[in-house]
Design a protein around this ligand. Structure first.
Ligand code: ZN
Length: 173
């Protein structure tokens, strides 16, 4: 019996790794905006990583993999976003298979710079799933550690490509 459970668990894990990357729980406009920001991150990942000082080859390798597989969840309707007024995103999902985005928070706080901030948040949270080294005071807010530098690099590139702008509200709030 125990063995059956273990096999099931391993199968679920394996399946998870190979499942198609998904964007979940976002309203339809928000979903297409997240898709666009995710594509920006994926299409420019090598540039973003090389613009981020101090990335090890191990971190890069893992981040390449994570960027292809990790799911993104809009969680504006849940306490994980609702109860944290300064949160744009968080990565704390089981097996690092998904990250949480507080989409409407990014939208309202960042205004006309929200699209690039969304890309920043996505790569930042992916960085956590890839175990990119963070500072001890990371959770106290923005600092210059590698995870924040990844986000900044994405945001700068996004800006320089003229992609920034406001984003439509997530109706699933
Ligand atoms: Zn972080």
């Amino acid at each position: 019996m125990k063995k059956a459970i273990l096999v099931g668990f391993l199968l679920a894990l394996t399946f998870n790794v190979h499942a198609k990357q998904r964007i979940k729980h976002c309203g339809s406009s928000a979903k297409s905006e997240v898709r666009e920001a995710l594509n920006f991150v994926k299409n420019n990942l090598e540039t973003i990583m090389s613009d981020t000082s101090g990335m090890t080859s191990k971190e890069k390798k893992k981040l390449r993999k994570k960027a292809k597989n990790v799911n993104i969840k809009c969680m504006d309707h849940k306490p994980v976003c609702k109860n944290h007024s300064d949160r744009g995103g968080v990565s704390r999902h089981m097996f690092n298979s998904a990250v949480v985005i507080c989409y409407n928070r990014i939208r309202s706080v960042m205004g006309n710079n929200a699209f690039c901030a969304l890309a920043d948040t996505i790569i930042h949270e992916f960085g956590h799933t890839a175990n990119v080294k963070k500072a001890r005071n990371h959770n106290d807010g923005p600092n210059n550690d590698k995870v924040y530098r990844l986000g900044d690099a994405a945001e700068d590139l996004c800006n320089s490509m003229g992609l920034d702008g406001s984003i439509p509200r997530n109706s699933n709030d």
